[in-house]
Design a protein around this ligand. Structure first.
Ligand code: TEU
Length: 558
């Protein structure tokens, strides 16, 4: 497959609310992003993905849009956006926006009109159902954020569907007018020069016929089998591609919720003309057995290798994926998969070495380049995320867990972990804002911050820069045939990759002890091979083995 700019590129996700606050109101903004464009460029990233910046009452921080073609006033103006786009392009980077098209805000005028009367032309923009046989909700569907997915509209006596909060009514994609509204919004931004979209929960746009009750599966399986992959999803994605995306030099990155490897090709194979790539949830949720907070299982390297392998096989030479280990919906990558304490720096560097050498587009999340960690909030009043707050208040009714334990669970997996303000320096609020931020800064900004790391050649930040620069020069990082070595080793992840003449070997130690890899004959590795990337100063190798230090990560050019 051709390594187009979006396949080869590295995506840097910005959560604007937490990135940089230029007017000191405690909320990040577009001007704040513009101030940092040179910094972003210095990371050797190619594409900026902005989490939603559109008008929104912020029930779910912008993932509840009330006007698809205007800018959230807290973030700035349309002029600010135009400048941001221009300045991004000027620096040779691209910009994609977050299209939330499965649902909108209940404060969008489509919904406000729809509620006025059953005969409103907007009524059919949403999913309305009469009460179920017992006079209650129409079926047993649960919202992603707790409680029923149906909300009663008192005036009409009908329920509307909301797979997320009740302020996020699902749009009815079966209505051609809805699709046209969304396509027009996309054209509005593409005509301005935007380079594509990240598509929020796009596999959910088509609902199963007749809204059947969900079987008694775990929630994850309900998403896969009931909410996602509906009967018309491929028809509409093809239509969207044909009518909109394909007309521009732009691409789509889908949030692959509910898509497993067996269905991946249907969405992202090149010959399907639907989506350009997706990121899946198998790695992001590999420690989450079912619900977000409950049944958390320990990280297991062999399971992770299997996930990478099955996804690689699923799309090899036919389709494309993006790889991520964190975003605004998950706890921090170094805290979940590495060690945010003793081996903070080593493990943060090792993890990105692994991610950047998986086949696919590399997707990194703001703050991971300095190894930002989870935060420990010590009071529910400090929690901001609606998912965590709903979990907490539901638990207050069920009393399933003590309040302390519920807060601990939120601290472990909650989304606020990834949303704390970016730590620019060691001054007040980590240099994010002079005013109290909307979500508390992580107190470790005193040590972990951009300023400290910027001029330290051994920092995580400079490791990212060097790695991403090297990745640009070696297509084999992005794509290649894989040869796994010692697949069953629970601590080491070792593989060779080949693309034409280019051959690399990646050796990663996921443990806090020294680990040896016995390769038998030195010639196969060491003769003439060059160390491209190493998160330690040296590499211990003799005639028969390589000894990897705790969390050591190395890329050899063979
Ligand atoms: O996320 C969809 C989604 O599946 C998440 O809700 C995920 O399940 C959860 O956060 C992890 O437990 C997207 C957005 O990325 C998220 O921020 C929004 O809240 C959600 O859609 C609704 O738009």
């Amino acid at each position: 497959m051709k390594l187009t700019w979006f396949r080869k590129g590295t995506i840097y996700q910005i959560y604007p609310r937490s990135f940089n606050d230029s007017d000191n109101d405690g909320v990040g903004d577009l001007k704040g992003i513009i101030e940092k464009l040179d910094y972003i460029k210095s990371l050797y990233v190619d594409i900026i993905w902005l989490s939603p910046i559109f008008s929104s009452p912020n029930d779910d921080n912008g993932y509840d849009i009330s006007d698809y073609c205007s800018i959230m006033p807290e973030f700035g103006t349309m002029e600010d956006f135009d400048e941001l786009l221009k300045e991004t392009h000027k620096r040779g980077m691209r910009l994609i926006l977050d299209l939330v098209a499965n649902h909108c805000s209940d404060e969008h005028n489509w919904f406000e009109e729809a509620k006025k009367s059953k005969n409103s032309p907007y009524r059919d923009y949403f999913h309305w159902r009469k009460p179920g046989p017992d006079g209650g909700v129409p079926n047993n569907w649960k919202s992603f954020f707790g409680g029923s997915a149906w909300e009663l509209d008192e005036a009409s006596g009908e329920y509307y569907l909301h797979l997320f909060t009740k302020k996020q009514p699902d749009l009815n994609w079966e209505n051609p007018k809805v699709r046209e509204e969304i396509y027009n919004a996309m054209r509005f931004w593409l005509d301005k020069g935007v380079d594509g979209f990240r598509m929020d929960v796009i596999p959910l746009i088509s609902k199963p016929l007749g809204y059947p009750d969900a079987p008694d599966f775990g929630f994850r399986k309900i998403i896969e089998e009931v909410y996602a992959n509906g009967p018309t999803v491929h028809k509409y994605l093809k239509e969207m591609n044909e009518e909109v995306i394909s007309k521009y030099d732009a691409f789509s990155l889908a949030e692959g919720v509910g898509i497993d490897d067996s269905k991946a090709g249907l969405y992202v194979n090149e010959d399907r003309n639907e989506l350009d790539m997706l990121y899946h949830f198998d790695i992001l949720e590999c420690t989450i057995v079912n619900g977000k907070f409950e049944e958390v299982s320990p990280f297991n390297l062999i399971q992770m290798k299997e996930i990478f392998k099955k996804w690689r096989d699923a799309v090899h030479r036919t389709g494309w994926i993006a790889n991520a280990m964190g975003n605004h919906d998950f706890a921090r990558m170094v805290s979940r998969f590495g060690d945010d304490n003793k081996y903070h720096s080593e493990s943060a560097k090792m993890l990105i070495t692994m991610l950047s050498t998986q086949n696919g587009t590399l997707n990194i999340y703001q703050g991971d380049e300095i190894g930002m960690t989870n935060i420990s909030l010590n009071n529910i009043d400090q929690v901001r995320d609606v998912q965590s707050l709903n979990f907490y208040s539901e638990n207050q009714l069920t009393k399933r867990y003590s309040e302390d334990l519920a807060l601990q669970m939120i601290n472990k997996e909650g989304r606020d972990n990834a949303r704390t303000p970016i730590q620019w320096n060691d001054e007040i609020n980590g240099g994010f804002s002079l005013n109290e931020p909307w979500l508390k800064s992580n107190p470790n900004y005193k040590n972990i911050n951009v300023k400290n790391q910027n001029h330290d050649s051994t920092s995580i930040l400079n490791f990212y820069r060097n790695l991403l620069k090297t990745r640009r020069e070696h297509d084999v990082f992005v794509f290649g045939d894989f040869e796994e070595i010692e697949f069953d080793n629970p601590n080491l992840y070792i593989y060779k990759k080949t693309l034409g003449e280019d051959k690399i070997m990646v050796l990663l130690n996921f443990s806090s002890s020294e680990e040896s890899y016995y390769y038998g004959s030195r010639s196969s590795i060491a003769n003439g091979s060059k160390v491209l990337i190493n998160n330690y100063d040296d590499l211990l190798l003799d005639d028969k083995s390589i000894v990897l230090k705790p969390y050591q990560g190395v890329i050899l050019d063979l």
